[in-house]
Design a protein around this ligand. Sequence first.
Ligand code: P5A
Length: 440
Amino acid sequence: MRLSQYFMPVLRDDPKEAEIASHRLMLRTGMVRQEAAGSYSWLPMGFRVLKKIEQIVREEQNRAGALEVLMPTLQSADLWRKSGRYDDYGKEMLRIKDRQDRDLLYGPTNEEMITDIFRSGIQSYKDMPRNLYHIQWKFRDEVRPRFGVMRGREFLMKDAYSFDVTREAGQHAYNKMFVSYLKTFARLGIKAVPMRADTGPIGGDDSHEFLVLADTGESGVFFDGALHDLDWSTIEIDYDNVEAVANMVSEYTSKYAATDEKHDQSEFEKRVPEGKRLSGRGIEVGHIFFFGDKYSKPLGCEVQGPDGKKITVQSGSYGIGVSRLVGGIIEASHDKDGIIWPESVAPFHVGLINLKVGDAEADAACEKIYKALEAKGVEVLYDDRNQPGGAKFAAMDLIGLPWQVIIGPRGLKDGIAEVKNRKTGARENVALDQIVGRFA
Ligand code: P5A
């Protein structure tokens, strides 16, 4: 992509309304634009990141055996009346009437609808286990939308729903999602610590939140420093191995970790040696719930069991805040100059800077490298604008692509370009004919 032809409305100054780094950086780099309180348009750069996160979430859901569907954003109120949540959900739910005066709502979540879909699509215990998910926009009329996409009113969520015959099987479904979350967040380049959590309006018996540690997080967290010693980056598992999956869940939940809602100071002191007691703040990027029959019972979700008797299905639901993650990743990975994208979600892999647009040699060298990188499938953003070098360096650092390739007349004399790593700041001179090979 040539920057001269892109749509990236960078702001020169910090927007006043932004209280935290991710919000400020997303506005400054023109990733999003606010349309109303808690509602954002995703502009090209932000949209690329959102889609990359979504794709990683999708791949890990599929790998764990979940099946993708797509349910509408607007739901009929009928099912919600059956589950009892139409009234319980309160003002956070956006209620709408259609021209026939029927009650609709903009889905804040999909337990009711998916349970009804599942109920009407299966007959027997032989049709289980199943896990269905979608990645769809939600609306919650939050009292205080803030921090940009972190607490929006309209936001993108991945929500999965499991259906099982027995409680044990339901527990395995929960455990599989738990492990798939560890893998998902590792691929996104963040450490999201599972913590026992309150179930709130979603309800259920068992629940874990996944939190990215960051000073600007909305939840207070207390945890055992030994959690830092676990390996969060390479998680290998055979999802059919019930015991191995359960063991992995135990490993990542055996150390004390709780949000302020569930924190118990005396237990904390009993279980964690003094020097290892850490507290701070965290951003909730995922939340999983085990329900038993909380939704299946009122919605009549029953199947024929092996002995011919009816069994009420065991279910769970599993959310990831896809749009929140864009902000969450930036909170976890930025410096004073701007964003530092993890490679897996960076909008482009390489930023190519031409320091002397209009100079025949510089233009030719950049064009050649740009085209060769594109031909090899390397995502490259080519800054071909006629601007001073300093402004280009600042813009490239601000948008935070993992690699920069800097080409100017001085280096060209010796047949070299400078390659800079955004994260470490390390710079290296590389021969022009070696550049493409470095990234392809
Ligand atoms: C689980 C899936 C649920 O809704 N039902 C379906 C369950 N859980 S949750 O915790 O309420 O939300 C799941 C994740 O969505 C993100 N999230 C938000 N992101 C941005 N703005 C919001 N207002 C918002 N509310 C929830 C969080 O990442 C949460 O973990």
